[in-house]
Ligand binder design. Structure first.
Ligand SMILES: [Zn+2]
Length: 255
């Protein structure tokens, strides 16, 4: 298991090394976490580490866990392309790159690096009885989060960047901005944020769940998730990547 995780770790870490920045030190790393995966729950509720294998399914049977991985792989590549175009030294690390579930202790451990610039967990929501539309960022609520102001700015901006891409295919979609996790687990909040907050390094790192669109809305499935999905995901991912690279740029210059 350790060997498998070791290989996963290094096979998914892509650092774009530009000679000007690399002499100054390691570039900032953007962590992309494809939500869910595998066939069974990873971790436990008692340890506050439980990650469900799949949370939402489209009317036609597309699973959230597959779309999160597909979108994350495209986003990974778009970040590196955008960083290359902008001449910025940035790395990208995915917490998983196949159909496996990792518990939140494991996901937080992968994210816990001294060079982490931000953590974005990719999801496709279900809600509103199949009628909801929009992109949103879920962030850790104010009472548990010393980094709330940064997370709020980061979350609003990434939801807007994502939705700008979505609107090319669904003009009536809107960015729903941020939502906090105060309603989850009887008020305890997200177990992923709980596990990340245990790492000192990660407390001041912006982090959110990015809910790309509502997977259970038939209009979303038709416009976004069927014909030409890879190309549509690439358009949305490019918009998110431009935001993330701009966000990481000052950190790249500091190193
Ligand atoms: Zn999810």
């Amino acid at each position: 298991m350790m060997t498998a995780r070791f290989i996963l770790f290094f096979s998914t870490l892509s650092i774009l090394c530009l000679s000007s920045g690399s002499v100054l030190g390691a570039p900032p790393v953007i962590i992309i976490d494809p939500g869910h995966g595998g066939r069974s729950i990873a971790g436990s509720l008692a340890e506050r580490s439980n990650s469900s294998p799949n949370n939402a399914t489209s009317p036609g049977g597309l699973r959230e866990k597959d779309l999160t991985l597909e979108f994350s792989r495209i986003l990974h590549d778009e970040i590196l392309k955008e960083a290359g175009r902008a001449g910025i030294n940035v790395g990208v690390l995915m917490t998983r790159n196949d159909d496996r579930n990792l518990n939140f202790v494991e996901r937080a451990a992968i994210a816990n690096r001294p060079d982490t610039a931000c953590v974005v967990s990719i999801h496709f929501n279900a809600g509103g009885g199949g009628k909801a539309l929009g992109s949103l960022a879920l962030i850790s609520s104010q009472q548990r989060n010393t980094n709330y102001a940064v997370d709020e700015a980061f979350g609003r901006a990434i939801a807007e960047a994502c939705n700008a891409g979505v609107r090319k295919y669904i003009p009536s979609s809107k960015s729903r901005g941020i939502m906090t996790d105060g309603h989850l687990h009887g008020g305890l909040g997200s177990n992923f944020f709980f596990q990340m907050a245990r790492h000192r390094n990660l407390r001041t790192v912006p982090k959110c769940f990015l809910e790309v669109e509502f997977i259970d809305n038939p209009a979303v499935e038709k416009a976004l998730l069927r014909d030409g999905r890879a190309e549509k995901f690439q358009t949305i991912a490019r918009s998110v990547a431009i935001f993330l690279v701009e966000w990481a740029e000052p950190k790249a210059k500091q190193r």
